[in-house]
Structures are given as C-alpha cells and as structure tokens.
Unconditional design. Structure first.
Length: 255
C-alpha cells in the first residue's frame, strides 16, 4: 500500500533524506523511528505529496505520486504533527468541510462525517468549537479529518505528542482499531513517534531512520525470537550509522 523507492530530498548541499526505500502492506501498522532531525517528517511529507522529492519514486495504493498525484493523495489520510484545524469552527462543521475538500460525494457526505465522528469518539463534542477542546480531543479531530474520506492509507506524524497518559491510551486504541478494521475499512498505517513503548503496543514492524538514511528494519516478532529489545535495536542502528559516517569522514581526511 505504501512503496518508497530511493526517496531523496536535498536542499543545496544539505541531504535531508538519502535514498530511503521501504514498503508497508495492507493492514500493517509500521513504526517509523529515528532521533530528532533524522528525516522522518520530510519522508512523510514526500509520501503525502506535500513536498516534492529530489530523487526516487513512491506509490500509494498503487498510484504513483508523480504520475497520478490526485489519486495518490485521495488514498492518503495525513495527520501532521500539528493538526490542520480551524479553531473557530465547530467539530462537525469542520469535518464536513474537510469531506467536501476531499471530494466525498454529496450523497455520502453526511454518513462519512457521522462515521468519522463515531470512530474518533467525537459525537459528544460535535457541536463544540474546536478552539475550546482539550489537546486530546483536538488530536481526535485531526484523526477524524484524516479518515473522513475513508482512505486505505494513514500517515501519522507524532499522533500522541503532548497528550496525557489517558489520552495516549485512547489514541493508541483508536489507531489499532483503524488498522484492524473491526467491521469497517482496514487501514494501512505508517506511524512516526519517539515513544518506543507506543511502537511495542501498536506496531508489527519498525523502520529506523537516522541522518536521512534507513538504518534498520525489523519485525517485533523477530525481536522476540532473538531476545532483543526495541531499545537495543534503536541504539545499535543509530550508533552504527554514526560510526559509518565517522569512518567515511576519516577516510576522506586521509585522502
């Protein structure tokens, strides 16, 4: 459902993302990990079409992001780190507004909005002004706008950042439900987070990125078999990548 092949992003001499390749299958929840500045958000923005890659290819639900940009974007529900909310709007009106933007057919729009509000547990605040809501509810509204057009792919950047423990648990349960289907559409989820415990509870597989490059890819089942922790894998992947950079720099200096 998500295919990234050699994605790169450069800003002059600065390489933000360097030939990153990976895939995510239908119904998977994959953790996209890395330290601050690793290139996670840049990669997600390229996949969602918000940022053009310098090199490489990507496809969403079989649609090439260059050849079929509109179809690719329709297949994505995107929740950036700061949800794109209008604080002066009421919750239901805002989700309806997003449904219109995302071309949900008029005859299906009311049902789509109602379904998104139900799945994100927003019925009780549907007539509330967004600006008066708690951080947790605002994140729920952000998720509702991401799923209102029923996309097969969800790309979520730090969906639980700034939430309290109870809110984090609720958002985790919601994301797990979206991926499992539970009688509704089954979504494929690429999830960026700094919280390793969150990954353990929701994800089947993790991709670690550091300094713009993919440093590790492993399933949690594999970690269990090999007796490793996610913390160990993360630390090793980041340290190995840094070590390779130091060796390369030393080699350049020797020449």
């Amino acid at each position: 459902m998500i295919e990234a092949r050699g994605l790169s992003k450069r800003y002059g001499d600065i390489v933000a993302v360097d030939r990153v390749s990976f895939s995510v299958e239908r119904g998977e929840v994959v953790g996209f990990l890395g330290p601050n500045g690793a290139g996670k958000t840049t990669t997600m923005r390229m996949l969602t079409g918000f940022l053009p890659p310098t090199d490489g290819e990507a496809a969403i639900a079989g649609h090439d992001i260059f050849g079929e940009p509109l179809a690719a974007r329709r297949a994505i529900g995107y929740l950036p780190e700061s949800p794109p909310l209008y604080p002066e709007m009421m919750v239901a009106a805002y989700v309806d507004y997003v449904a219109r933007i995302k071309d949900v057919p008029r005859r299906e729009r009311a049902a789509a909005v109602d379904r998104a509000l139900e799945r994100c547990a927003l019925r009780d605040v549907a007539s509330r002004v967004i600006g008066t809501l708690s951080k947790g509810y605002k994140q729920r509204v952000g998720l509702a706008q991401a799923i209102v057009h029923d996309p097969p792919v969800l790309i979520l950047d730090e969906p639980t950042i700034g939430l309290d423990p109870l809110q984090i648990r609720e958002i985790r349960a919601l994301i797990s439900d979206l991926a499992s289907g539970d009688g509704a559409a089954q979504h494929t989820v690429l999830l960026s987070t700094h919280i390793l415990d969150e990954v353990k509870k929701m994800c089947r597989r993790v991709i670690v990125i550091n300094e713009g490059r993919k440093a590790e890819e492993v399933t949690l089942e594999q970690l269990d078999r090999e007796g490793e922790t996610l913390e160990e894998v993360f630390a090793r992947a980041v340290a190995r990548d840094v070590g390779a950079q130091v060796a390369a720099a030393n080699g350049e200096g020797a020449r």
